[in-house]
Ligand binder design. Structure first.
Ligand code: GLY
Length: 280
């Protein structure tokens, strides 16, 4: 058996302190690539340092809504704006494996999870609450037109953390691929806002030739269909060159990607991104 598991803890503003990712990949490896990516994403969802599951950032109204997706060639499952579950990525797996759908959103996702036995769980943390308070006071500082530029300025001055979001993993075992992603979203954002994670080809794509997941500003990633674009280019050039060119196409909008093919694996980002990998 030959396998590789590659995972990331989210891209953030350049220079931010990176989370220690070491051990996540080796603890998660599995001869089933789907199990491997789920293991890795669950570990990161349960770790409050990451913006996914426990530790997810809050929306402008103070709620926590999470997106997650999982894919193997020909199959896809996602939850959109799910609330009060511990591991959104496992519910996304159940959407893929137990329903005829590719995605379930909002209260539909919560009801589905409860019927499958996922208990009520509050993913809020003190860190998320403090970040929320800082965001709200920043939003109140200027008039409406200035809201987002104030936030951007605070991020660039290092007063608050920029968006570092979306944990993800890709795996290839004996030529079989899987991918999984999970996020609390990219702050600041409205309740109900949907990013790239649950959109096929945007924040995740997995086919017979490889698996790709993204992290960063969901709107920009989705507009470019980033993961599908990378997937379509697999084999045409060295993987690292493809990843670098596609991140350069983001024109400075925060983004990172990890990918695995039958013969290569790689990652690239235009901000700080923690990555861990394990070959087995
Ligand atoms: N990349 C995560 C999001 O924008 O929601």
């Amino acid at each position: 058996m030959t396998g590789i598991l590659l995972c990331h803890g989210g891209v953030g503003t350049r220079g931010r302190q990176l989370e220690d990712m070491s051990g996540i990949a080796s603890k998660s490896k599995d001869e089933d690539p789907l199990k491997a990516v789920l293991n890795a994403v669950v570990l990161m969802e349960d770790d409050p340092r990451f913006n996914a599951g426990t530790g997810s950032v809050m929306r402008i109204d103070g709620s926590i809504q999470m997106d997650a997706a999982v894919s193997v060639p020909g199959k896809f499952g996602a939850v959109i704006n799910i609330e009060r579950v511990k591991n959104p990525v496992l519910v996304a797996r159940d959407v893929m494996e137990k329903t005829p759908h590719i995605a379930i959103s909002g209260s539909g996702g919560i009801n589905f999870a409860r019927r499958l036995g996922y208990p009520d769980y509050d993913p809020n943390t003190e860190k998320a609450m403090n970040a929320y308070k800082r965001m709200i006071s920043a939003l109140k500082e200027e008039d409406d037109e200035e809201r987002f530029s104030v936030i951007r300025q605070m991020i660039s001055q290092g007063i608050i953390d920029g968006p570092h979001d979306t944990v993800g993993a890709v795996s290839c075992v004996d030529g079989k691929f899987a991918a999984a992603v999970s996020t609390g979203g990219a702050s600041p954002m409205m309740r109900g806002r949907v990013g790239d994670v649950p959109l096929v080809g945007a924040g995740i794509y997995c086919g017979e030739e490889g698996a790709v997941v993204a992290t960063g500003l969901g709107e920009e990633i989705a507009k470019r269909l980033l993961c599908f674009r990378i997937y379509q280019r697999i084999g045409s050039e060295p993987l690292n060159r493809i990843l670098m060119e596609e991140i350069e196409n983001m024109e400075g909008k925060l983004a990172g990607v990890i990918a695995v093919t039958k013969s290569e694996n790689g990652f690239f980002s235009n901000g700080s991104m923690g990555v861990d990998s394990c070959q087995f």
